[in-house]
Design a protein around this ligand. Structure first.
Ligand code: SAM
Length: 292
């Protein structure tokens, strides 16, 4: 059915009617392009069975499309001034709940258990606040909540990092954290003109779906995450120098590190950005087996 919120004219009218002060510090860029919103719903592959989590509903442009295409929507909005706006703009939809909460402080698992009946597909769809894209994604991925699909808009450069392959500049610990759990792909780009106000960056929609299980898992996920981060700490240095920065330069430690690298057939002079996910897993397991 026809949207009530998105469109540049309606968005501007809502901003004026409530005298909204748009907060750049909260990453407020409201989507006004109906075409883009339809594409997001398609990319999210929504069905009337789905329970949907949204982060940052703003004035409700995307929320409305989610409400029309899913079973139930639960949205987290940090900005108090938007709560009365949302209850009016979304008043036609009885399947939306807006929580006035900081997503980085929310206990997602608890909130989901409280609001959603179990057994339905669970999806996350959002036009993210760009200033906290990485912490939001890391929290979501580490929450242990099993999302059937995550479809989120972010700054293009961050999207590039999520989907980056080994040997490229964008490849790093974020790529590995995301690809460890999901199949991530860029669905499409979104121009600045699709928002009010326009952001200073280009945007992309990324879809993340459950990945096929890995053949070998790290002995401990936290240690693995720390090890990957440490490997990319000094990007201009070799993998070896990053290893020494993590494990110390004690001669005995050096000898053992060298032996582990030989065993897994990785050259110390390689750059961390050349190492594949499976190699990081193998390395962390071998180092652990060696007591390092
Ligand atoms: N979904 C709307 C749209 O597409 O038009 C708005 C998207 S806007 C890019 C990001 C939204 O996230 C803003 O409404 C902002 O207030 C909200 N936000 C910022 N930080 C947040 C946080 N820590 N927790 C929850 N929402 C947050």
């Amino acid at each position: 059915s026809t949207p009530l919120i998105a469109s540049p004219a309606r968005t501007q009218a809502i901003i004026n009617r409530y005298g909204l002060a748009i907060k750049k510090s909260l990453g407020q860029n409201f989507l006004t392009d109906i075409n883009i919103l339809e594409h997001i719903v398609q990319a999210a592959d929504l069905s009337p069975q789905d329970n949907v989590i949204e982060i940052g509903p703003g004035i409700g442009a995307l929320t409305e499309f989610l409400a029309q295409n899913s079973h139930q929507v639960l949205a987290f909005e940090i900005d108090d001034q938007l709560i009365p706006v949302l209850s009016e703009t979304l008043s036609q939809y009885d399947n939306v709940t807006v929580l006035n909460q900081d997503i980085l402080k929310a206990n997602l698992g608890e909130v989901i258990a409280e609001h959603f009946e179990p057994g339905r597909p669970l999806k996350l769809v959002a036009n993210l606040p760009y200033y906290i894209t990485t912490p939001i994604l890391m929290n979501v991925l580490q929450s242990g909540i099993s999302f059937d699909a995550i479809t989120v808009m972010m700054q293009k450069e961050v999207a590039d990092r999520l989907v980056a392959v080994p040997g490229t500049k964008a490849y790093g610990s974020l790529s590995i954290a995301v690809q460890y759990q999901t199949n991530a792909a860029v669905s499409f780009m979104v121009p600045r003109t699709a928002f009010i106000p326009q952001p200073n960056v280009d945007s992309a929609i990324v879809t993340m779906t459950k990945r096929e299980p890995l053949a070998v898992l790290p002995f401990d996920e936290r240690v693995f995450a720390k090890f990957v981060k440490g490997s990319f700490m000094h990007r201009r240095k070799s993998f070896w120098n990053n290893l020494l920065a993590m494990f110390g330069k004690d001669p005995d430690v050096k000898t053992r590190l060298t032996a582990v690298l030989e065993r897994v057939q990785i050259s110390p002079q390689i750059r961390s950005e050349k190492l594949r996910l499976e190699q990081f897993i193998e390395l962390v397991n071998e180092l652990h087996a060696d007591g390092l």
